[in-house]
Design a protein around this ligand. Structure first.
Ligand SMILES: C[S@@+](CC[C@H](N)C(=O)[O-])C[C@H]1O[C@@H](n2cnc3c(N)ncnc32)[C@H](O)[C@@H]1O
Length: 233
């Protein structure tokens, strides 16, 4: 019997991409130490009536807080399935998620990932990490507040990854929705980690009036997987 083995063009097995991802996921284990050092500030913020996160935020400049490999694979696979060519990312950090996204764009025949990152030192390192994976041609990281830097992204957008600070998930979704193509996918990370904060985000997506169908995947720290079926502008 002849078995047809299709060429999968599976770039996550590309040695440069694989080596970069393995190195970065290993380095990200150091986040535990960053959080430990930030604990006194987090507790002090709580004592002042603020959230633990308010105290931790200054320490986040050094933390990867990257998506899990499982989430990266799910996002890569989806981007391949829908032939994503234009991808927008809220929260690039050191570029781990961007590598999964850019790899998919490259394997789809080319396109662009538009990333966004507040912290200038992270932008520099993200660019280096993405170059080490051989994917710099497919990435445009915009430094500054994503609510400003992502305003002029061109339509149509095929896929969005929301992974910056959680209070901006809804505003960013609203900013980008007019440019989403029908059938595009919006991923949002940390649904389980920030269950309470992100409840309104999930509720917004579950409201049929807003044009999405959605499900929360248990992948990683909870990944909202939403498909846009609303009108195209
Ligand atoms: C969870 S990390 C992103 C991790 C990254 N997606 C990955 O998987 O490697 C969140 C990042 O979003 C950035 N960020 C938060 N608010 C932002 C904003 N308004 N505009 C741009 N970046 C923002 C933070 O500086 C932080 O580096």
């Amino acid at each position: 019997m002849n078995i047809h083995v299709p060429s999968t063009n599976h770039g996550l097995h590309d040695p440069k991409v694989k080596a970069a991802l393995e190195r970065l996921h290993r380095a990200a284990r150091g986040d535990a130490l960053v959080f430990l050092r930030g604990l006194p500030d987090a507790l002090a913020a709580k004592a002042r009536g603020k959230s633990l996160f308010d105290g931790l935020e200054p320490h986040m400049k050094k933390a990867f807080i990257q998506i899990s490999h499982a989430a990266g694979e799910a996002i890569y696979n989806t981007a391949r399935a829908i032939n994503a060519k234009r991808i927008v990312e809220f929260g690039t950090s050191f570029g781990v998620s961007t590598i999964y996204l850019a790899c998919a764009v490259r394997d789809n025949g080319g396109g662009k990932v538009v990333g966004s990152e507040l912290e200038p030192t992270k932008v520099v390192q993200a660019r280096q990490n993405i170059a080490s994976a051989g994917l710099e041609t497919f990435v445009d990281i915009r430094e500054g507040n994503a609510m400003k830097t992502l305003t002029d992204v061109e339509a149509p957008i095929d896929l969005v990854l929301l992974d910056g600070w959680k209070d901006l998930y809804i505003p960013l979704l609203k900013l980008l929705t007019p440019k989403l193509r029908r059938g595009s996918v919006v991923f949002a990370d940390n649904i389980h980690t920030f269950r309470k904060t992100l409840r309104p985000y999930v509720a917004y997506l579950r409201d049929p009036q807003n044009g999405f169908v959605t499900t929360t995947l248990s992948t990683g720290s909870g990944l909202e997987y939403s498909v846009y079926l609303g009108a195209e502008n």
